[in-house]
Design a protein around this ligand. Structure first.
Ligand SMILES: Cc1cc2nc3c(=O)[nH]c(=O)nc-3n(C[C@H](O)[C@H](O)[C@H](O)COP(=O)(O)OP(=O)(O)OC[C@H]3O[C@@H](n4cnc5c(N)ncnc54)[C@H](O)[C@@H]3O)c2cc1C
Length: 380
């Protein structure tokens, strides 16, 4: 048995890589265990980019966290010599009966964030790529943008190793158990380790580790793709923002062109198919491409060129779409983290601080009460 760790982190993905770094930076002896390669396409974080919005329509509790995450992405990017965060502005658009814009505006008002309300005409004048029904409206927030998610995981992992963390890729955690001395024993397909604390950040596999979460987490197969625009200039950074769109054709989001030659778009509604991450076939289907093309045909026709790639990814959703961040019931030496429901990556940087605080029994500066497991009936 290998011992001597203060903390073991299960899953070196978005949240786990940042946590390994933060703990090592704080002088903790850390082991990060990752089942696949560091930076892989089997979980929830691949596909080059993830959006970071400050006008947080999912709930105002998230705004202080996302403000801190925004700062950390810039700090870590500077440390790595990489622009991990691209500030492009974010535009949230909705059809008349929907309330995304109202919720985004409320978050901006509460936290004194700059924003501009735009009707469809103003959006199409400023961003000619959009073709919107005249009664759609939007909220533009200038400070949001996107995080380079794959570079972020690689970067955080490199920094963690530099700070002294042991990172074991391609080593699968099979089981864990609390020890009589208040620590944990973790068994992988290679060996057994002991540590004082355990952080579970295994993404879509969370209920494999915490079976009681099976009742309140659903894994959805998700689709995104890159399309070569007919007019790439309309989708270039500077001419096009990150956007979310809740419209009559469906819910979509997209990014200005980054390193990939195509315009990236995703469609959470078209991928709302429950799946098992162990059994999922990760090849896309022709119907996946069609679902994305439906959005382009309706709202972004100048992007209707060839599909450069269509990928499958995983959402881990809770009934209220809020995260799970808590101690394991009955085992306070184990921290459980599921920052997902389709909007978690932007928080990975601040999640490193939050999970480290929990593992080190330090008070969090953030209100974590909405993320407790006890909000779900039967989970104390
Ligand atoms: C298509 C799509 C679009 C999204 N868009 C956005 C967006 O625009 N903005 C945003 O903020 N969020 C977005 N999200 C959500 C965001 O990507 C996720 O919330 C985030 O990636 C989750 O990070 P994680 O660390 O929990 O999971 P992951 O990054 O998947 O990491 C979990 C890790 O645990 C490892 N693991 C699992 N089991 C074991 C085991 N037994 N042993 C060892 N390791 C194990 C996995 O291999 C994996 O590497 C999107 C998600 C998807 C799928």
């Amino acid at each position: 048995m290998a011992g001597g760790y203060d903390v073991i982190v299960v899953g070196v993905g978005g949240a786990g890589s940042a946590t390994c770094y933060e703990l090592a930076k704080r002088g903790q002896r850390v082991l990060g265990l990752e089942r696949y390669d560091i930076g892989h396409a089997m979980g929830s974080s691949h596909g080059e980019t993830r959006m970071l919005r400050l006008a947080y329509f999912e709930g105002q509790t998230y705004v202080p966290m996302v403000l801190r995450a925004h700062q950390l992405w810039r700090d870590i990017g500077a440390k790595l010599g990489e622009d991990l965060l691209a500030v492009t502005g974010t535009l949230d658009i909705n059809a008349p009966a929907l309330d995304i814009v109202d919720k985004a505006e409320a978050a901006c008002k509460t936290y004194d964030l700059p924003y501009t309300l735009m009707d469809a005409k103003a959006i199409m004048e400023r961003y000619p790529a959009f073709k919107l029904p005249s009664d759609y409206r939007g909220l533009f927030q200038p400070d949001g943008g996107f995080v380079r998610s794959e570079k972020a995981i690689l970067g955080y992992t490199a920094l963690a190793i530099d700070a002294g963390a042991d990172i074991h890729p391609r080593e699968q955690v099979l089981s864990f158990e609390p020890t009589a001395t208040g620590g944990v024993k973790v068994t992988t397909n290679a060996r057994t380790y002991e540590a004082g604390r355990l952080i579970l950040s295994p993404g879509a596999w969370i209920s494999r580790f915490v079976p009681s979460l099976e009742a309140v987490t659903t894994i959805y197969r998700q689709i995104f793709g890159w399309f070569l625009p007919l007019r790439p200039d309309l989708f270039a950074q500077g001419n096009f923002p990150c956007f979310t769109l809740k419209g009559d054709v469906g819910n979509y989001y997209g990014f200005p062109i980054n390193a990939h030659p195509g315009f990236k778009i995703g469609g959470p509604q078209h991928g709302r198919e429950i799946c098992d991450p162990e059994l999922l076939v990760r090849e896309s289907r022709p119907s996946d491409e069609k679902g994305l093309r439906d959005c382009l045909a309706a709202y972004l026709p100048d992007a209707l060129g060839p599909a450069m790639g269509v990928k499958v990814c995983l959402f881990t959703s809770t009934p209220d779409d809020d995260f799970i961040i808590d101690y394991m019931p009955g085992a306070p030496q184990i921290v459980v983290a599921s920052p997902c429901s389709g909007h978690g990556f932007k928080f990975a940087s601040v999640m490193g601080e939050i999970l480290s605080d929990l593992a080190m029994d330090r008070p969090s500066p953030f209100d974590l009460s909405p993320f407790r497991m006890s909000r779900f009936a039967g989970l104390a």
